[in-house]
Design a protein around this ligand. Sequence first.
Ligand SMILES: Nc1ncnc2c1ncn2[C@@H]1O[C@H](COP(=O)(O)OP(=O)(O)OP(=O)(O)O)[C@@H](O)[C@H]1O
Length: 251
Amino acid sequence: MDVFRQHSDMKAEAPYIIDDCRVPSEWPHSGNVEFKNLSIKYGTGLDYALKNLNVAIRPGEKIGIVGRTGAGKSTLAKAIFRLLHENIEGSIETDGHDTATFGVGDFCPKLGIIPQEATMFSGTVRRNLDPLQEDIKCGINKRLSENDSRFSSGQQQLFSLCHLLMRKRKVLVLDEATADVDLETDRKMQELIRSEFSNCTVITIAHRLDTIMKSDRIIVMEKGEIAEIGPPQELIANGGMFAELVKADEF
Ligand SMILES: Nc1ncnc2c1ncn2[C@@H]1O[C@H](COP(=O)(O)OP(=O)(O)OP(=O)(O)O)[C@@H](O)[C@H]1O
């Protein structure tokens, strides 16, 4: 069972496959991601976790997302993969297709993610690098036991990066993907991501500002809304929230 089917079997999941709306084989071809009037609640009667987001991310753009705890950063990542699909208004269009029209089992494997908590499957290292059995020639068959305690969470995040490197996707979401590695490893991972995914759209949710300082644009989230958006140096020069975050981080 792959990771997307595991999610789709959870209660009230989005359809896994929609027979009359299958994902085109070359999708996504450019990596344009557009949030249009996107608002999300976790339940009827709750406050909006995201409020009326409107932003077009260009093909190949590197976007850093920052904000205080509860600002809506992870909700945005979940929305891209439609792990939330109820109480949603507006849409997310990737290369011209509203992803809500596709089954999650169809479109999620076409995007790449390093989640906050990377998962190791039982079996082999090879299975962890190629869970969808796309016949990647990694040549590693070392056996792992369930939740293998020999791998730290940082090492599991490195596995996720290797997995992405071996099956490149046009759109990647890194949700605090380097949170559990040291600063030096984080820098190396960011360099690798910039060089290996230079033609891919990369949306990075960061808990360290250092991780996203070389992004093309930064989105600062606050209470579910976009408070600021622009190149990092421009935001610093403007002296707003991002500048305050950088100052507090003692850059
Ligand atoms: N499962 C949930 N049920 C109800 N509300 C939730 C749930 N998950 C998040 N929220 C709420 O949605 C809002 C946005 O949360 P989200 O986790 O997206 O923020 P975040 O910026 O990623 O925070 P953090 O940096 O702490 O991970 C918050 O008000 C949060 O309390």
